[in-house]
Write a new protein. Sequence first.
Length: 1025
Amino acid sequence: MITVRAMRAGLYGGLSALAIVAAAAPAAAQDVAPDASADADSSTEIIVTGSRIARTDADTIQPTLVTTADQIDRRGYTNVAQALSEIAAFGVPGNSNVGAQEGPFGSGQTFVDFFSLGSQRTLTLVNGRRFVSSNTASVFGPVGPGSQVDLNVIPETLVDRIETVAVGGAPIYGSDAIAGTVNIILKRDFDGLEIKGQAGVSQRGDAPDYRISGIWGADFADGRGHITLSGEWNRARGLTTGDRFLTSAAGPFFTTAADPASPFQQQLYYDQRLNVFTNSGVPLAFDSIPEFGGIFDASGNVLTFNDAGRLVPLDFGTRTGSLFESSGGNGFATKDYGNLSTNNDRYLATALGSFDLSDTVRWFGEGWYAHSKGTNIAAQPLYNTALAGPGTSPNGNLVLSLDNPYLNDADRATIRDNLAAYGLLGGIPIDADGDGNPDFTTAPDSFLMARANTDLTTGRADTTVELYRFVTGFDGELGVGDRIYKWDVSANYGHSETRGRERVLVQQNFLNAVDAVDEGVFGGGAANGNIICRPGYSNANIATLSATCAPLDLFGVGRFSQAALDYVTTIADPTATNSQFVLSASVNGPLFRLPGGDVIASLGYEHRHEKSAFDPGAYYYGEDVGGGFRMPFGRSIPIDPVRGSFTTNEFSGELKIPVISPGMDSFVHAFELDGAARYIDHSVAGGDWTWTAGGRLSPVADVTIRGNFTRSVRAPAITESFSPTSLAFATANDPCDRRFVNSGPNPAQRRANCIAAGIANPDAFTSNIVGFTAPISVSGNAALKNERADSWTVGAIVRPRFVPGLTITADWVDIRLRDAIILLGAGQTLDACYDAVAYPAAVCGQIDRDPGGQVTFVRTGYANAASMDFRGLTAEIAYRREIAADTALGLSLNYFYLDKLETRVGTGDIDTARGEIGNPKHSFTANVTVDRGPVNLLWQTQYYGKSVWNADAAPNALEYSGVGSWWLFNASIGVDVSKQFSLRLIVDNVFDAKPPFPAPAANGTITYYSGILGRYFRASATAKF
């Protein structure tokens, strides 16, 4: 009888042979097998991702990609996500440490996105088991609602390989595997001690990262037991957009062409400045923008305060066709205030263990702890401008008194003279409802000011993830007659807590502090220079960092005291928790024998309970004002807490039928049928089936043709099902309004539906919700159905015997997703109703109108209202050959062709992503490795095909509709100084290639980040004992 220890040795021995060939590639085909001349045991059985049946080869019916530990080491990755990002089929991550972040709700977290179908549709496993999510269960989370795994919590040093299966994992693993399954497989039987230190820095001397890791493993109890321990520390320091020319205000941007005769709607400019405000303040005589409502000097120049708080001319630079944007000048450099990459600090500890209780039963276990902190360094500030609301509203122009003691006397006189010339010393009219008529005036002797408040809140926000996880179980084999059945049972519990922290503005205290007075003047006497907050104020009903009002000087930049800043700000501290408990069991073995071999079946059961909660904290929750309404303490809408859970009971079966096996006297070399099915009983979404059917045909030994058809599902996430009903206000384009009734996919149908809704003459109907807010509700939807995808793949594997070591694979993948869950806004809800093929559609019940046809209420929320279609080709070439006694050459290519990527909401327009930046039609990663004695070399080439900004844009929308193709080259050299010590130098972006012109003028920061960052160096040292 084969012992558990022998089973394990055979498993890892077989996989090691596979890894030898795959080592040269970041994503070599799983189908790669050892050289036919290798001394491999053909009876060795392995488990591959996408199946629970042990096999004697690595071929499956699904396209499968592998990243090996050797590749991870050669490239010097500090995060598992970096390895996956170099596989061409992975799109822009759902979230990563690059680009703008979601403040305290998920800064620096990393969630991968296979085939660009959304990170919630890529299932991530560790050792074939589910892993607890640390995604925030809120619409304000960093990615779409779901159970995505943050790859920051996975210790890179412990990874043996990463297997990615396209499409076919759903019947084996359950919900979420619509695009595919990522399975991170760990080094279970590591022997010895390995310590590694690594440091990196850009050529410009910034963005450093550091990493120290260690792994130790040993047998005990005479080899019956094994333990592996690992620890890892990683620190990376980020950049702001202002740290690189291309992402700064000085870089390229598109805006309306200055020349009305231009053939393009928008042209390319440099040095973007917003001339509607500055970060030092622009005084205004009217509730408008500076050009129309500003304060002028005697020469007719619009004035702004400088950093020191004195009035100077506002330089509009070179005018563009936009009223709001200039090229150059001293307007606000908005692009300098953004996050290019986050700070990250990670501490990870993992323990793996196993013990053979007998020759046929083994216990195994895992223990995890992860602490990961990401910091969004900068973000857009809070603005006060007429573009964001009427004066006196939180984001509208500030209302200030001419008697403000911080105002210079000469500047006060200039502002007063302007107000007097317009006859506005008695008060400035404010149109609060946007109907063109003033609703009230400000107090006498007051003026307005537009300002970008960069010195109040910087956008710096932390997200700290703390996670622990435990796995325990038993596996083994059971003999029944002459048949051997393999079984396993395990329990898996994980818990994560995601804590946010951000300094935020408290609006009521802000208004108190802005209303500064001289103590002596306020008391009826002479000025005494003691500036205080105007007495009689009331503090907000939330604790700030200081409860004592200190006056705020907003003329200039950073001119107020720390005491004033502490009075107007507090710390927002949202918290999200996730827990997951999984109990699973499976058994597999032969049913009977056919001429081609044993028919093998696998049966499995899984019970899963997941629970998520989100607490926005006191600041984001807001203040209860009665009637079901809450008011914000700051300038965002109140955010609701979310709490929910679900339970699944799942039953699965898998079948492998070898119809023809090698060695039979047959007209083909081999033929196998495979199938799997899973029934999911979900406590919220109900019951559903997922299944796959396919096979492999080898007409000759060198060629295998494979294919499968799969039905996969994604159950509604807790956020989508359990978000409470919140009241808010919104504007929307009403399809029944005279301005929109002739639009939409079928204008005649839209018109007919509007008439059926009681709007007799849509051509004469003006809907108030277009220009004025109407009450809406936003909520989860407990009646959501599962998302469903019908997918198929067909491909071939070629291993020509006349070229030993060469493997070529190619697979066509087609995915049609229906009932995709999205958050419908008020406008989308209205469109879904009035563009439906018949009236009233079910969604029409979410809209209330008064007898005159005006929208009085819209119930919005999550709905199964979208569809997605994907088609593409994945192809891999891997070749490895000993070319001399001590020299091996490796060549590999991982190619992806995107044929279709479309999204549609309801019956609306199709959004095409194919060919856009982040989703080029053609992309590949190629590697050349040379191992000669103690030296190993890697040369990597990455290619991104030419791309457009927006595939649905009109031809004349932009002066440059997109960018050209882009090549990126990386290199690595390693030297084994001795058997115990090795060194490695890695250079990313060897030629310091810049992104293709004119990226990132419109977007592309994440896709072309390596080009923006520039040449980057890493060096590492590894000691083995």
